[in-house]
Design a protein around this ligand. Structure first.
Ligand code: ATP
Length: 610
């Protein structure tokens, strides 16, 4: 497949302002894609060479090396290229300009060149060749690898047309900012290979069970939609996690779950999806990163603690006090990430694992089985110790008992409880947030003491002491129905000086010169930011806003939902933008707040009268 087709699509997508248009371009692209190349095309669209969880090396080409390679390919000096890149603000664009100029001169010059027949794009690169060369660049490691990377990249850039070279450079730099969401890719795949957008749900389920969109696309394109319907989880490939809705009233919780529930401690740690195949163990995070290397102690526990040949189990890794065995907060666990020597970290910050689910045991796909069945399987394959055990839980149909257990959980260092449906339909909903699991956390008890996770979509320049830096961020909630990010608030407080110092570098890779296609905002920030970074935000209360687009018109015509006095709490690097609080969740929080205010008003009224 000519790489020029991909480069042209990149260019079109970069300019689109609506998701519908983006979808059309993707459909056009997949129609031109041979089935055996579709995986590579999907990875390119995702801006990566392979899924992150594979733990394979990244390209490892810094700005310097890219400039050096491009200078060799273009027969210009590094200084010349660097100066132009500075002027146009982008190395990729600078390479394109130089190549275009050279091509013009070349075309004008009579002689040999005029007789060589070249395709319209001026290049013969294929998607396969570009992918394979980039993979070789990434996989070149150790001594002499810099030279190998340089040679391969220079060769690639020399062969490419101006436009292709621009996108290869941007890809290498990690700056291919297309903003195409997985949901949009899946919809386009469904249209092209299954004949209808309605088939997206089947593609989605397959992707939820095996989080490798390239692989899923290839199965779909080569074997058809039926093959996707039969897909099972596979050990070593992460499954996208099931997520919970939230409520703060035990009566409502039980009602939602059908009157009876398994109520477990909600541990405040890191979610871990643990895969075992013989002696081999993988640990994947909530965002499906391979975090096996960070937890050699958990690897050991899993090896001896799972009594099955093959299994996928889920649990929470929690920091504990080695003296007392008491649970410690999430922040303590996060210190592990910062330590360089994992073995020292292991000594200083010991952990325990509390297991709560299993989706696969020895060939049996458990995702469509009800929770009690899965739980029984889990219990059977776990050899428990102090540090490796099932999550503490009770099964109850009494709101009073649920409340008591909740208070006990809090007292013992948990965040609250997770209440889970136990009826026949209580399947494992991979990749979905649904009402089969409900979280009940302490902070729901008062107004907006519960934080929300919002996505950065823009930034404002600071004033006064913050002059010359960014001083505030425009934040958005995620709307899964339209796959867009809708603005909620502008947040400027709660940042430490250090946070503000870091903002510039953090935002840099995501800055865009126009509104990102999946962003819906009437407020215009000084700079637009592609949805990528998630932050935890707290405020005084939820309020109606005429400006913000989150839940626009849902409560009242002409108004959206916003947060009054918002404050930054911390970054959530463990969350993808699509994991942010949804517009629907904010709407429900707003309704709960309204109800509470109403109840308080009624109580005050009653007291006045009696
Ligand atoms: P939060 O921001 O509140 O941690 P989240 O958005 O990361 O939530 P949710 O689905 O809303 O994810 O909450 C479930 C999370 O709670 C799980 O991802 C898991 O990490 C954690 N957890 C702790 N104990 C349990 C348990 N017993 N069962 C399920 N999840 C648990």
């Amino acid at each position: 497949m000519p790489f020029s087709i991909l480069a042209e699509t990149f260019e079109k997508i970069e300019r689109v302002t609506s998701r519908t248009q983006m979808l059309l371009y993707l459909v056009e692209l997949f129609k031109k894609t041979p089935p055996d190349v579709v995986d590579k095309v999907v990875y390119f669209l995702q801006g990566k060479l392979w899924p992150d969880w594979k733990g394979l090396p990244e390209l490892g080409v810094g700005e310097k090396l890219l400039i050096k390679a491009a200078a060799i390919a273009l027969h210009v000096s590094e200084q010349e290229l660097e100066a132009l890149a500075k002027r146009v603000g982008d190395i990729g664009r600078a390479i394109e300009i130089i190549k275009e100029e050279k091509a013009k001169k070349g075309a004008a010059a009579p002689g040999l060149l005029a007789f060589i027949k070249k395709p319209a794009s001026g290049s013969t690169l294929t998607v396969e060749k570009v992918y394979e060369t980039l993979a070789k660049i990434a996989l070149a490691q150790g001594e002499g690898s810099r030279e190998i990377k340089l040679k391969l990249l220079a060769g690639l850039l020399a062969e490419a047309s101006p436009k292709e070279a621009k996108y290869i450079a941007r890809f290498v730099e990690g700056r291919l900012r297309l903003g195409v969401g997985d949901a949009t890719i899946m919809e386009a795949l469904a249209v092209v290979y299954a004949g209808s957008a309605a088939m997206r749900s089947i593609v989605e389920r397959a992707y939820n069970l095996r989080a490798d969109l390239g692989m899923i696309a290839k199965i779909l394109a080569t074997q058809g939609i039926e093959a996707l319907k039969n897909i099972k989880p596979e050990v070593g490939i992460p499954i996208r996690p099931m997520l919970a809705e939230r409520l703060n009233d035990p009566v409502e919780i039980l009602k939602k779950l059908g009157g009876r529930a398994l109520v477990e401690y909600k541990y405040d740690g890191e979610r871990a999806q643990i895969h075992k195949k013989g002696n081999k163990i993988w640990i994947f995070s909530r965002r499906l990163e391979n975090i096996t290397h960070m937890y050699p102690d958990v690897v050991q526990m899993a090896r001896t603690g799972i009594k099955a040949e093959e299994a996928i189990v889920e649990g929470e890794i929690v920091a504990i006090d080695p003296e007392t065995g008491e649970l410690r907060p999430f922040q303590v666990l996060m210190r592990r990430r910062r330590k360089h020597d994992v073995h020292i970290a292991m000594e200083e910050i010991p952990v325990a694992v509390y297991l709560f689910d299993t989706v696969y045991v020895d060939g049996e796909d458990l995702t469509l089985r009800p929770l009690p069945y899965r739980h029984e399987r889990l219990e059977k394959i776990i050899a428990a110790t102090d540090r490796w055990q099932l999550a503490k839980g009770i099964t109850t149909s009494s709101p009073e008992e649920l409340e008591r257990f909740f208070l006990e959980a809090i007292e013992n260092g948990a965040e609250g409880v997770m209440a889970k449906a136990v009826h026949e339909k209580s399947i494992y909903q991979a990749g979905a947030r649904g009402w089969l699991w409900i979280k009940y956390k302490r902070d729901y008890k008062s107004e907006m003491t519960d934080t929300v996770d919002l996505v950065v979509i823009g930034a404002f320049y600071g004033k006064g002491r913050r002059g010359g830096k960014y001083g505030a961020l425009l934040m958005a909630a995620y709307d899964p129905d339209t796959d867009t990010f809708k603005s909620v608030c502008k947040v400027g407080s709660g940042f430490t000086d250090e946070d503000l110092e870091r903002l510039n570098d953090m935002l840099k890779p995501y800055i865009m010169d126009r509104k990102p296609p999946r962003v819906d905002s009437q407020m215009k920030p000084d700079v637009w930011v592609r949805p990528a970074l998630v932050a935890e935000i707290i405020g005084a209360e939820l309020t109606l806003s005429p400006i913000h687009t989150c839940c626009y018109g849902w409560v009242k015509p002409g108004a959206g939902i916003s947060i009054r006095f918002p404050r930054f709490v911390r970054w959530r690097p463990d969350k993808a933008p699509e994991d942010a609080t949804t517009t629907k969740e904010l709407y429900e929080m707003y309704l709960r707040q309204l109800r509470k205010i109403q109840e308080e008003k009624e109580a005050a009224e009653y007291r006045r009268r009696v």
